[in-house]
Every structure is written in structure tokens, then in C-alpha cells.
Ligand binder design. Sequence first.
Ligand code: GLU
Length: 323
Amino acid sequence: MSNLKEFIQHLYEEYRLLHFGSLADYIPELTKANPDWFAISVVTKEGEVFEVGDITENFTIQSISKVFVYGMALEDCDRMTLLEKIGVEPTGDPFNSVIRLDENSKRPDNPMVNAGAIATASLIKGSDPTDKLNRMLDMFRRYIGRDIYVNAPVFMSERATGHRNRALANLLLNFGIIDHNIEEILDLYFQQCSVVVNCHDLAVMAATLANRGVNPITQSKAIKPCYVRDILSVMYTCGMYNYAGEWAYKVGIPAKSGVSGGIIGVIPDRAGIAVYSPLIDNRGNSVRGIKVFEALAEKFQLHLLDSPLEKCPFLNISDISKG
Ligand code: GLU
């Protein structure tokens, strides 16, 4: 990792000049982000930190929360119960699509699309909505290693405009996946998406997964190690929206993005990586984030299927995209 520090500085200088993409605007509060914000953070399993840019800039975690709430549901329910209600198949459809839920599966394909994440939120245990929220926040705190809170305006904004999520929840009720407490379940889902983090926090969370569930900085146990493989598997196959296949091909590490502009990547037993830049492409992935991960994967041979013995020739990533 000796030249990692210089390399991420170089990536920051190079890609901060990239002004493609747009702010997510279907949640009105997200348009308040500054399009110039850009940060890269790498936290190793030993707790070493390499970072550059707007590391302490706050934003809401959005879909990246789905990874951690899925882990919590695994602990709350067990693997088989979860698999009966939520599959692990990538969809190839946009994250908020209703189509496959209605036409094919009658259950969400995976926990990384909205339908699956809403079903996952419905499985979180607690005596009442406040207890469920508090348990969820405690779970996030174990991964992050500090106190965290929900951004109320973003939560209210999602709640006021989340008609598509409400439609998904009604379909889930129709198919018997969730019960009648639709508004309560949606509130918990909107709250998990509205948890405030910064880029450093995300890298620590990713590093905790890389370290088999133990936060490498605080040493707190965030999740039982036996569930880390399940989480990383769905991240690898489903974590990057309808770009997941191309991501697995080019970058090759379990990852998850969110529409506020974060991407986390996990290099098992080595490190967690996070990039934050709120300009996203039409699939919902941070434009600068993808560039940084592609470059890091190439430079340090991070692809899980790379042979340690033989370096791959340079892939011209943009040519593959056009294909
Ligand atoms: N809260 C957002 C939604 O439900 C999350 C979407 C995302 O980050 O992909 O639409």
C-alpha cells in the first residue's frame, strides 16, 4: 500500500475536473448537495487510513444502507426465513422498478433493489417503531464507530415524494411479503436511507465487512462473521444497480452505491474503500466514484478473480461500456 496515498491524491486531482452526471432530484432535498464535493477514503483491515478531498462532508447514506440493514435482518431472522421472502438474483432493472415484482417473482429479487430493501426493513425486530429505529441506529453506530443521526428534512422529503416506494410496498403487501403496517415499514426504510454519514464513515463500514464484521478502528463487533459472506455475495451480484454485471466484470469487488453519490467497495481481508461525489449517472452511480474504483482496481489488481501470478493487460473500460 506504499504508493496508495500518492495514487488517490492523483485520482482526486484528475477526476475532480470531471463534471459529468447530475444530482439526484427525485428526492428534492438531495439537490442541495454541492456538485464539486469529492472524497476518497481507504481504511485497511489493520485500521490504517488513506484519504483525500471532502472527507468530512455530510450526506445521507441512501441505498448503501441496504447492505447493513440486510445484515441486521439476517441476524434478526436467520438466513432461510430471509431467503423465502427475498431472493438473491440480480435484476438488470432500475433499482426502483416494479416490473419484475409484479410479473415474475411475486417476491423481491434481491435486497439491494428497493422492493427487497423495503421487505428487509419489515423484518427488523423491535417492540415498536422507535425501538426498531433505535436498534437500527445502534447497528450503524457499531459499523461507524461514532454517534449518528437521521437527517429529518431528507427523511420528510423521501416520505413526501416516495410514491413509487409506496407502490412497491403495496405490491409486497398484495403478495403477502409484508404485513399491513405499510407506512410504518416505509418510515423505517426512509429513515435508514436518511442516516447521515461522511466518506470516512463509509470506508470504515466497508473495512468492517472486509474485517469479517469487526470495526478495525474501534474493534467493536458489528455483525456476526457467519453473515458477512451473504452480504458480500449480494453486494457483488446486485450492489451497483443495473450496472452490477459490468462492475463485476471490470472492477470485481463487492460494492454498493447510493443515489446521494456514495460508493463503497470491500476487498475481503484487506480493506474498505469509499468514494463520495454526488454527480450520478443515469443508473444512479456516482460518475467520479466509478472512475476511481476502476483506476484503483486496475492499479492494485483488486479484482477478486485476478490471478496473483499474471497481471491482466489494461482493459479499455470505456470501449466496453459502448459495446
Ligand atoms: N431512498 C432512495 C429510494 O428509495 C434510495 C435509492 C438509492 O440510493 O438507490 O429511492
